[in-house]
Design a protein around this ligand. Sequence first.
Ligand code: SAM
Length: 220
Amino acid sequence: MRLRNIPRAEGVLEACKEVVKNPQDLHGSWNQEFGNDQPLHIEIGMGKGQFLLTLATRNPQINYIGIERYSSVLLRAVEKYQELEATEEGAPENIRFICMDAHDLPAVFDPAEVSRIYLNFSDPWPKARHARRRLTSQEFFKLYDKVLTADGTVEFKTDNRPLFDFSVEELETSELFALDQLSYDLHNDSTMNQGNIMTEYEAKFSSMGNPICKLIAKRR
Ligand code: SAM
């Protein structure tokens, strides 16, 4: 994703009450932040937010947190949220935003506090020496293990076949997680595509004719 420094980003995020400023303070008490005991689903690398905002609107019985490490990108998601606030239907109340790096997940969530992790069109980090930075590497699955419930899942979509193949291989050798479902052409897979919500990247790449791959991982 091309990044531009957007000077107003910090101010807009600071003023938005749905952006959690000190998320580590809510470690273990996210239910209090949402005011209910609903399951918590998070998206890492939420980008401009279309996916999670749509999910939150459709599923008021679930709490959602969008995580994005760049304030200039999170700004776009927050602005979309604010546009929804101005509509008659209003914005969903079951969503929060955090500007942070996924490496800090265990500092922000207690063990078993998260029941689903979404990874959509994650950065591929194509150089072998950067493989540990991929969000589907063993390193990150070790972090997911620290925050997911016993029946928690990781759902990953991408059009990048080398990254997808890498992710499948990481799961085949992982002691923690294993493949549960997989499709190499999600949009033509009537089972896995049910209820699919397209992300901004997914809409762009599928319109170019790229098949979308999806996997769901569960604990071993
Ligand atoms: N998920 C969106 C979509 O499908 O349209 C955006 C995809 S974009 C290629 C990947 C996003 O993940 C970027 O906005 C990037 O800043 C974010 N990201 C990458 N690594 C991250 C990390 N370690 N922690 C938090 N966000 C990350």
